[in-house]
Design a protein. Sequence first.
Length: 243
Amino acid sequence: MKKRIAFLTACFIFLFAFKDVNAERLESDNYVITFGNFNITSGEKSSANYNVTDTVGQTGAGPYGEYGSSTYFVGSGFQYIYQIDNFSFQISKVLIDFGELVENTHNTDSHTLTITTKGAGGYSVYAFEEHPLRQKNGSEEIPDTTCDSGSCSYTNAAVWTNQNIAGFGYNMSGNDIPANFIDNTYYKSFADNESADEMQVVMSSNNIANQRQATVTYKAGIGGFQASGNYETSIVYVAVPGY
């Protein structure tokens, strides 16, 4: 029996702002200066051959914590609040449609992620699924793939070419992708939000990014006892610039 599968992807960009606390305050009858600290020098400098921003002599500058792997992240100092250029994140299409799935045949669809972030700290893009592919008006699910050997997961990629093995997963190719996507036969499942899985990095770099692109290829397959109906989920992407 044929089954029709479709699901939506979505992008969320989180912006964080931190309020100055414990700032220095200097004042007289003629002025008031409030600032976190006083540097030897800071700002933007350029010549015919270079452009650079710097902070010299600042106390307490630097990143504290790590986004995605600790309970907090603080970017402290001029270099973390100075925006060098615009940040953008694009998804080429937001509907992935596998069409009609039949037993022991994998269907695929793909889209492209594009990111530009010219902050000196690079960027990271995270992803997770809201839940496995599930009947729109029911409870039946297409399980997340474990690949041919049963060894792939949301943290580990493995070969998935045997079309007799049902499931749902994804492969990536292009710029700044995880190293375990060795080629187009390697797949992973998405971190499952319902199971409290930690969202996973799908693109990242410590360098300035200008139109860096990666293609996400989604794949789904069913066995002979899959209930008919429309199946769907949402994939959430979180793009984080590093300044």
